[in-house]
Design a protein around this ligand. Structure first.
Ligand SMILES: Nc1ncnc2c1ncn2[C@@H]1O[C@H](COP(=O)(O)OP(=O)(O)O)[C@@H](O)[C@H]1O
Ligand SMILES: [Mg+2]
Length: 273
């Protein structure tokens, strides 16, 4: 689909107005066809990074490039460039409410294909395909803002995927999804990637990492990229996961025996094992 480099970040930092530092000195190279997971606890800078990669925010320091061109404000302010860029890179936001704006699910999913200038028949075919894929055909006439969190997430995914971007950025896509939808999404990420799409997923859902990554980068709570490696290697590094606040240790009882071991932070767990 696209050989070579997709993103190239050199020493990128980002500071929000008011002085909140959200990324510190990040070096990251993403190649076409990769499936990369960005792991990090809440507040570690994942969403900020994805917004930089999507050309919504611009590095406060350092350089960020996409497809060989600098991701700078002036370039993205050019309508023709921005249009071409938005065709190639799609972001599914963490917060679905920020993304959804149409009166019906159908219109929401049709928006991107209409922007691309496809014919009515092509638009209809794409919308139908996406609604079927995400199993939301029955929601087509519903207003997106009245859906459940998981349903909204599926509509957001459908609306971004309808554009068929080369590079798909997803910000905590499994948050709020039931197990079946989560499984469906994981399968879908794998399929897209097998077709040649580059897929970057920010998450702290450790259970899906091995299925959707050939490479993992880890952010710590200082907003630094502190590790990169294969998924099994990263997931086996308990000291790293503990340091990055992706697992925690706490004492509890097994019958009469009290001891401490590691727990993943973001899944429900009980202590009856
Ligand atoms: N709009 C904003 N204004 C100021 N600070 C922000 C804003 N959005 C995020 N931050 C801060 O930037 C840091 C990184 O946030 P974020 O990129 O959302 O992390 P993550 O997605 O990993 O949870 C956090 O300290 C957060 O509080
Ligand atoms: Mg986030």
């Amino acid at each position: 689909m696209n050989d070579g480099l997709v993103f190239e970040l050199r020493n990128v930092s980002y500071t929000y107005g008011g002085g909140v530092v959200a990324l510190r000195g990040v070096d990251l190279t993403v190649h076409a066809g990769e499936k990369l997971v960005i792991l990090g606890a809440n507040g570690s800078g994942k969403s900020t990074l994805l917004k930089i990669l999507d050309g919504l925010y611009f590095a406060s320091a350092g350089t960020a490039r996409a497809f060989g061109a600098s991701l700078d404000e002036r370039l993205l302010a050019d309508d023709a460039y921005a249009f071409a860029f938005r065709r190639r890179v799609g972001l599914v936001f963490q917060d679905s409410d920020v993304q959804l704006f149409s009166a019906s699910v159908w219109d929401e999913v049709a928006f991107g294909p209409l922007q691309l200038g496809l014919s009515q028949a092509e638009v209809k075919a794409r919308v139908e395909e996406m609604l079927a894929l995400l199993d939301i055909r029955r929601l087509a006439e519903r207003p997106p803002y009245r859906l459940s969190a998981g349903e909204k997430k599926k509509v957001c995914l459908a609306s971004v995927l309808a554009i068929r971007p080369e590079v798909l950025l997803m910000d905590e896509p499994t948050a709020g999804l039931d197990p079946r939808s989560r499984g469906m999404l994981v399968e879908f990420i794998r399929r897209l990637n097998a077709e040649g799409h580059t897929v970057l997923t920010a998450t702290h859902d450790l259970d899906i990492v091995e299925d959707i990554a050939d490479r993992v980068v880890v952010f710590d709570e200082e907003k630094r990229l502190v590790a990169a490696g294969g998924p099994s290697e990263v997931l086996a590094d308990e000291a790293l996961l503990l340091r990055a606040n992706l697992v925690h240790a706490h004492p509890h009882r097994h019958g009469s025996v009290e001891h401490a071991h590691l727990h993943r932070h973001f899944q429900a767990h009980d202590h009856q094992h």
